[in-house]
Design a protein around this ligand. Structure first.
Ligand SMILES: [Zn+2]
Ligand SMILES: [Zn+2]
Length: 142
């Protein structure tokens, strides 16, 4: 997606969800869409400060809160570590690198055993698989 297409997509998303456009919200959503590395608050704060001097950490929290509330960003945690943020709203799984901790998107695949086991009383609303191993970058580094 080009920079212009991304910008249009963000403007449309704000319009659709009624989120007021602020430079911070635009920046954070753009950052999450163009670099899908599932950044943490700290990482987004650092990125924001490189562009918009003196944004506070609270601003980043408030910005993310508004985007999560509007359903434009998903918040999730892995292994009880700091929350990560994802603007990929398509159903997908995640891959986590044991060496560098990178979190990558994995295209959705069904886990057939989880679908419609009639002997089970519980019903499954959603599930997500976390694959673990060594990312391509760490593989080529040794
Ligand atoms: Zn890695
Ligand atoms: Zn993701």
């Amino acid at each position: 997606m080009s920079k212009l297409e991304t910008a249009q997509k963000i403007e449309q998303a704000f319009e659709r969800t009624g989120v007021r456009r602020t430079p911070q919200r635009f920046f954070v959503l753009e950052r999450l869409l163009t670099k899908p590395d599932h950044a943490t608050v700290e990482e987004l704060w650092a990125a924001l400060n490189r562009r918009h001097a003196r944004a506070s950490r609270a601003t980043v929290y408030n910005t993310l809160h508004a985007l999560v509330q509007a359903g434009l960003v998903r918040e999730f945690t892995l292994d009880g570590k700091a929350a990560r943020y994802d603007a990929n709203l398509e159903r997908h799984h995640h891959f986590v690198c044991d060496s560098c901790g990178a979190v990558e998107d994995v295209n959705w695949f069904d886990v057939p055993q989880l679908e419609g086991n009639e002997s089970e009383k519980r019903s499954i609303r959603s599930y997500e698989v976390t694959l673990r191993g060594k990312c391509a970058k760490c593989h080529s580094n040794n």
